[in-house]
Design a protein around this ligand. Structure first.
Ligand code: 6PG
Length: 243
């Protein structure tokens, strides 16, 4: 547990740099999927400045997105736009290494298929294999959703497709693209970031009570799962669970 949102962003940035350096040392590149929403913005900003900026192997880093809202990239609700402004436009990342989901596409199904093909190309997976991200960052909604996997969504049952288009009636922008559970659960490492007391109740439901919410269904079989929480988000967890 971290003291506040700033400490959380610093800890997350440090862990991302470590994961990146480890991946590049072991496999020559770092494949990461970013989270959307507001929480990761502070982490992205940390990564964009020293000391983190100078120790990240940017030229070997590939950026993907776990989900996107069905809006153009310049739209205030675009996950890509947030990451672009806070991080991607500020660091020496090769442009070809930034793979954004086409939220603006009229045909969202086609955009989902297209994104999965782009992933397949970069990962160079064999037929039937899943992509293994070095790191997937995820957020948590107060209803237990993560990426754009919402409670009771048919997308939670997806076992074949890597990316799907969904309609989340409760969300401000209901049409969205999202990676699916098989992708999240094939990752080498998944890191949830959650800050603020409005998340405390759902954090308890997911981590303590084992509620079958979408975020709880992310359990990378051969990977590591980290939950980075600030004091507010961890407020309803028993003391024993605090770091
Ligand atoms: C999105 C997300 C979503 C987000 C949570 C938390 O596109 O909306 O990826 O899963 O991470 O809703 O969002 P906040 O960080 O804004 O609370």
């Amino acid at each position: 547990m971290l003291d506040d949102a700033t400490a959380l962003a610093e800890a997350a940035a440090r862990m991302i740099v470590e994961a990146a350096r480890e991946a590049v040392a072991a496999r020559g590149r770092f494949l990461v999927a970013l989270a959307g929403g507001a929480t990761p913005r502070a982490t992205y900003s940390q990564l964009a400045r020293p000391p983190f900026r100078d120790t990240m192997p940017w030229e070997h880093t590939w950026i993907f997105f776990g989900d996107e809202r069905a809006v153009p990239p310049q739209h205030p609700e675009s996950n890509y736009r947030m990451a672009h402004l806070a991080l991607l436009s500020l660091v020496p990342l090769p442009l070809a290494h930034i793979l954004r989901m086409r939220g603006e596409a009229e045909d969202q199904e086609a955009a989902a298929t297209e994104y999965a093909s782009a992933m397949r190309q970069v990962f160079d997976t064999k037929r039937g294999d899943l992509p293994r991200f070095d790191l997937i960052l995820l957020g948590l909604g107060v209803d237990g959703h993560t990426a754009s996997l919402f409670p009771y969504s048919a997308a939670l049952k997806e076992i074949v497709r890597w990316v799907v288009s969904v309609h989340a009636a409760a969300a401000a922008i209901p049409a969205r693209l999202t990676m699916t559970l098989p992708v999240f659960n094939a990752a080498r490492r998944v890191m949830f970031l959650a800050a603020g007391s409005e998340k405390a109740k759902v954090i308890r439901a997911v981590l303590q009570d084992g509620a079958r919410l979408p975020a709880r269904m992310v359990r990378p079989a051969g990977g590591t799962l980290d939950w980075l929480l600030d004091r507010g988000a961890a407020a309803h967890l028993p003391t024993a669970r605090r770091a």
